[in-house]
Design a protein around this ligand. Structure first.
Ligand code: AMP
Length: 291
């Protein structure tokens, strides 16, 4: 990481007014703007989105906002890791031009009362166990799109349901931003990178490997000809049940468009997992393709 005091070119913007002024300037110059929305505590997964954004756009804005409206009452909003100094350095190294880091009051001032809700696909998977979560996500993403007016916005398939929900919102509300889905970045041992991984103990982190291992095993089974998705899901569940520290939220094989459960592999299917290890909620997934 660069020494921030010796070289500091990235600009951190904290107010909506200033962010809009900066954007106006670039729009006048006809430059393309990319947005990478994050909750901060950046890792290589986030950085891959920033790098891709930089490749294809003139100006890259990384937003860092731990969005309270997407957390349930008993969730980890309070202990979600935060470190602006570190995130700014990493964003700059990956090629970002601006960090937009508004306060909660800036985004949701007293009396705030407007929310955006995509229906149906938000009732499934994470939406079923985190009621209100996607309403918080679509509200903040919509607000960020209005403030930053990005030509393109970059999202990771680590949160595959989130990508689908945002694409649906863009389609249904005729928004002009192009959504660019990006692949999951993993640690060398397979663990999907996540800001929440720092809240795992060494032992819990080791236990968490069962998620990616089970997904890769599923991929191998499909390669070997398996098409019965119930069998694949049962196998993943059995692997996870071998780890008594893990509680399963869901393991499902679903259609990539509507998230309806499917039993037989044809075309593309999303195998998605959500679990809790101690107090840490982890998700992972893989997209499999039959022929
Ligand atoms: P978050 O800060 O967790 O809200 O994530 C911000 C963005 O980074 C979302 O679009 C995530 O899907 C994406 N992201 C998080 N982890 C990964 C990962 N391991 N690989 C790729 N993208 C990721």
């Amino acid at each position: 990481m660069k020494n921030r005091s010796s070289e500091n070119t990235i600009k951190i913007i904290k107010t909506i007014t200033e962010m809009k002024e900066v954007i106006k300037k670039y729009k006048k110059m006809n430059l393309s703007i990319a947005l990478v929305p994050t909750m901060g505590y950046l890792h290589k997964g986030h950085l891959s989105l920033i790098e891709k954004a930089k490749e294809n756009n003139d100006v890259v804005v990384v937003s860092i906002f731990v969005n309270p409206t997407q957390f349930g009452e008993n969730e980890d909003y309070g202990v979600y890791p935060r470190n602006l100094e570190r995130d700014s350095c990493l964003s700059e190294e990956a090629g970002a031009d601006y960090v937009f880091k508004p306060s909660v009051e800036e985004i949701y001032p007293k009396g705030y009362n407007t929310y955006v809700k995509v229906e149906k696909i938000t009732d499934k998977l994470c939406g079923a166990s985190r009621p209100g979560h996607f309403r918080g996500v679509t509200t903040i993403v919509n607000k960020l799109f209005n403030i930053i007016e990005p030509n393109r916005a970059y999202f990771g398939l680590k949160d595959a349901q989130q990508v689908l929900v945002i694409m649906k919102m863009v389609e249904d509300l005729n928004l002009s931003t192009e959504i660019i889905p990006c692949p999951i970045i993993r640690e060398k041992d397979g663990l999907a990178m996540s800001s929440r991984n720092v809240n795992l103990t060494k032992n819990e982190r080791q236990i968490a490997l069962v998620l990616s291992k089970s997904l890769f095993e599923a991929k191998d089974k499909v390669k070997a000809g398996e098409r019965d998705l119930d069998k694949i899901v049962s196998n993943i569940k059995a692997n996870i049940h071998n780890e008594p520290e893990i509680t399963i939220d869901y393991v499902e094989a679903v259609n990539m468009l509507n998230l309806e459960r499917i039993k037989l592999l044809e075309g593309k299917v999303l195998i998605a997992i959500a679990v809790k290890i101690a107090k840490v909620r982890l998700i992972d997934n893989i997209i499999l393709e039959g022929n």
